[in-house]
Design a protein around this ligand. Structure first.
Ligand code: G3P
Ligand code: MG
Length: 355
């Protein structure tokens, strides 16, 4: 289904605002909805379930295709979410397809990292699970790991010609499930120019979906995120190698993530009004939102990013996630424009402010 194709075109003027929702710690904790999220989102649709306010999810999380995430969110929240409304930490990796389209690249992380990359257009991508299985004894702790079921799932004879092919880049798509193996195998790849067990060589590019040190999951206190894994990998790599680890990340607070959200929200706004004669105006890129609201729970990621992105972003910090300040308090270093208890309070503020 496509929400965009069903967007209401009943309103007479272009929307002056849009909303970007963070997911973990704002809309969900683990797989449980929080903060009146379902009720809050329903307010962005008309009585027939047709979208009336342009919004996206701007999350650093991921590991699954945007289409699958959209279906999961639709189910959990009871509204129709389109894949184009789901912007994950790894979504900008698709901008690198031209550079690595046919090159061997390794995809790391929980979920289906290689499937995600294949959907973006990478043609020669292998998950680190499959890659590691192509090298006997690369992980000396493997025999002690009780959870290994991958061996069954992987067709070794088909894939394992890759162990003589140089890896041209590594992409950390989502949180590493097995830090000890992934740090070992990534160091093997990165210090040898992409060919484990060979001589040292130039470091292939390394891309992270994001750099969150911590995030709010189902557990009461925050959990380590991809940034913690990056620190561990970097620390080990820099201890065994003379040149420091080079890497790039794309998710929030990187301005690229906010620019991309703005582009997608503009396209949504364009769809909202496509039956009116304002579409040329919107498609020309001259569409101006007066306000884009970022609703997040993590000051150093969501609020910092919105502040850096500048006009027209307006940051709203909830107390349902990483930020646990008392009533009336704000983050000292990256204060939000507004602090509220829940995502429902945030949407309530927006709707009152805009109408
Ligand atoms: O692993 C996901 C986490 O680091 C952040 O997700 O939705 O809060 O951006 P989110
Ligand atoms: Mg969050």
């Amino acid at each position: 289904f496509s929400t965009i194709s069903q967007i209401s075109s009943q309103q007479s003027k272009p929307p002056s605002f849009g909303i970007a929702f963070d997911i973990d710690g704002v809309v969900l904790r683990g797989t449980t909805t929080i903060g009146g999220a379902a009720r809050a989102l329903r307010r962005l649709y008309d009585g027939s379930g047709i979208l009336k306010v342009p919004f996206v999810f701007l999350t650093n999380g991921g590991g699954v295709r945007e289409s699958k995430r959209a279906a999961e969110l639709s189910e959990l929240l009871g509204v129709k979410i389109s894949p184009s409304q789901v912007l994950q930490g790894h979504s900008p990796f698709k901008q690198l397809v031209n550079r690595f389209e046919n090159e061997l690249v390794v995809a790391v992380g929980k979920g289906e990292p290689a499937v995600v990359m294949t959907e973006y257009g990478f043609k020669n991508v292998v998950s680190i699970d499959e890659y590691a299985l192509c090298f006997d004894d690369i992980d000396p702790l493997a025999p002690h790991k009780k959870w290994g079921t991958m061996e069954v799932a992987v067709n070794r004879t088909r894939k394992c010609s890759i162990n003589s092919e140089r890896v041209q880049a590594a992409f950390v798509v989502s949180d590493s499930v097995d830090w000890s193996r992934d740090i070992q195998v990534l160091c093997d790849i990165l210090r040898t120019g992409g060919l484990p067990a060979s001589e040292e060589g130039p470091q292939p590019p390394l891309y992270f979906a994001h750099d969150d040190l911590k995030f709010q999951g189902a557990f009461p206190s925050e959990r380590f995120g991809m940034g913690a894994f990056r620190i561990a990998l970097e620390s080990v790599f820099n201890s065994i190698h003379t040149e420091a680890l080079k890497y790039t990340y794309f998710g929030k607070p990187n301005p690229v993530a906010f620019k991309n959200a703005e582009v997608v929200l503009t396209q949504l706004a364009s769809s909202l009004y496509r039956d009116l004669n304002v579409t040329d105006h919107v498609n020309s890129g001259s569409h101006d939102f007066q306000t884009l609201y970022m609703i997040g729970d993590n000051p150093v990621v969501d609020v910092k990013g919105a502040r850096q992105a500048g006009n027209p972003w307006f940051s709203i910090l909830t107390r349902t996630g990483v930020f646990k300040g008392n009533h009336d308090s704000n983050h000292p270093e990256f204060p939000a424009n507004l602090v509220v208890d829940t995502v429902e309070d945030a949407v309530d503020f927006i709707m009152r402010n805009e109408h």
